[in-house]
Design a protein around this ligand. Structure first.
Ligand SMILES: NC(=O)c1ccc[n+]([C@@H]2O[C@H](COP(=O)([O-])OP(=O)(O)OC[C@H]3O[C@@H](n4cnc5c(N)ncnc54)[C@H](OP(=O)(O)O)[C@@H]3O)[C@@H](O)[C@H]2O)c1
Length: 351
């Protein structure tokens, strides 16, 4: 038996999601059955979707549930028949909605230990840094999978909101690597300056909730055809982007950070006449279940290679908190203009 801490929720709360999280101590049965691997979790991300899960917006979570979307850990034991495949101390990426296969029930990872099957983990190559590997799924596979799905051609334009998010910053870099153009909307001047300077781009716009018409007309005038929108904000900004989407264009709606979950769609003008498509998009809800292991593993290899070649550079992580400070960490993760994403040190040294 091992001593295990885990962060759990017993209920959902849309208004105050932080309140549902609590820490529990338990004895953990570390007996390894056939095809199983015992992992010690080292460090976990805190993503906006972790709060979305606690709000009850993610399918597949059966209450009570362990929280947390993705983490890295190290293998500390495995069943005998896996001895040629894994090694003790090997680093792995773990995800509550297991990347390979077609996951069914969410298995949260904010705990000291977890036992998984061999196809429920992604081994991390030795030359990939912990901080890159830690962000593999939510912040890198999400924009990468959207990019692949959009089948973007050279010089296609996509318009994106929350462009200062890590997903947004990865999309900007994918545009530079694969030759498509991003038009980026942020919500404050510092992000605008920072994106322009960091990536040498000009197409960045500040939406402050009041300059609706200014943004609409400057974007409309400058770009002839916007083939895709990827929107994580919804509400008024989502509506503005829907209006800016060109006829035959596709709108990928993948989040609602504004907390307004509605965008009006005019069936006659937008859909029947202009042939626009409004598409909900969820990496865990649909993409993971539709794609083969082969496709997923190929994408992961491409991502490792982008990290290795430094063509894709993730923004530095922000503050990290010990597991017991999870409330503080969650509140910090919700602050605007964070200086990097927040992490939980489960069993790694505080950095
Ligand atoms: N559907 C999916 O499959 C999927 C997968 C991954 C992520 N997501 C969603 O994608 C979004 C970005 O995720 P992430 O992990 O990359 O986030 P992140 O790096 O933590 O950044 C969040 C960003 O959202 C901006 N933001 C927050 N509230 C906003 C609001 N009300 N209006 C406009 N901008 C706002 C922040 O702006 P500041 O920089 O100004 O603070 C920040 O740049 C989230 O909504 C997340 O849930 C969806």
């Amino acid at each position: 038996m091992l001593k295990n801490r885990k962060i759990v929720y017993n209920y959902f709360n849309k208004e105050k999601p932080v309140e549902v999280f609590e820490i529990k101590n338990e004895d953990f049965n570390d007996e390894i059955k056939k095809d199983r691997i015992l992992i010690k979790i080292l460090k976990a991300m805190i993503h906006p979707c972790d709060l979305g899960c606690a709000s009850g917006y993610v399918n597949g979570i059966i209450l009570p549930s362990v929280a947390g979307f993705e983490a890295i850990g190290e293998i500390i034991n495995f069943s005998n028949e896996l001895k040629n495949k894994f090694s003790i101390g090997q680093k792995v990426h773990v995800c509550s909605t297991h990347i390979l296969g077609k996951w069914n029930v969410w298995q949260g990872i904010w705990s000291d230990y977890i036992i998984l099957k061999k196809n429920q983990i992604i081994p991390i190559p030795l030359d990939i840094s912990d901080n890159d590997a830690l962000q593999l799924f939510v912040n890198v596979m999400t924009p990468f999978a959207m990019y692949k799905e959009m089948n973007l051609k050279n010089s296609d334009f996509i318009l994106q909101t929350a462009a200062n998010s890590v997903v947004g910053r990865v999309m900007i870099q994918l545009g530079k690597i694969y030759g498509f153009e991003t038009i980026n909307i942020v919500r404050n001047q510092e992000s605008l300056t920072n994106l322009k300077e960091s990536y040498g781009i000009e197409n960045v716009y500040l939406y402050d909730g009041k300059n609706h018409n200014d943004i609409y007309f400057s974007i409309k005038k400058k770009y002839k055809k916007i083939k895709f929108v990827i929107d994580a904000v919804s509400g008024d900004l989502g509506k503005l982007c829907w209006k800016l989407l060109s006829p035959d264009g596709v709108f990928f709606s993948y989040g609602a950070l504004s907390n307004d979950h509605n965008i009006n769609v005019d069936i006659v003008s937008d859909l029947c006449r202009d042939n626009k498509t409004m598409k909900g998009w969820s990496i865990q809800g649909t993409w993971l279940r539709q794609k083969s292991n082969n496709t997923k593993l190929k994408m992961i290899d491409e991502i490792w290679n982008l990290f290795r070649s430094k063509k894709l550079i993730l923004p530095p992580l922000g503050k990290s908190f010990n597991m017991e400070q999870f409330k503080e960490a969650l509140l910090e993760s919700m602050k605007p203009q964070k200086n990097g994403k927040i992490t939980l040190n489960i069993n790694s040294k505080k950095t």
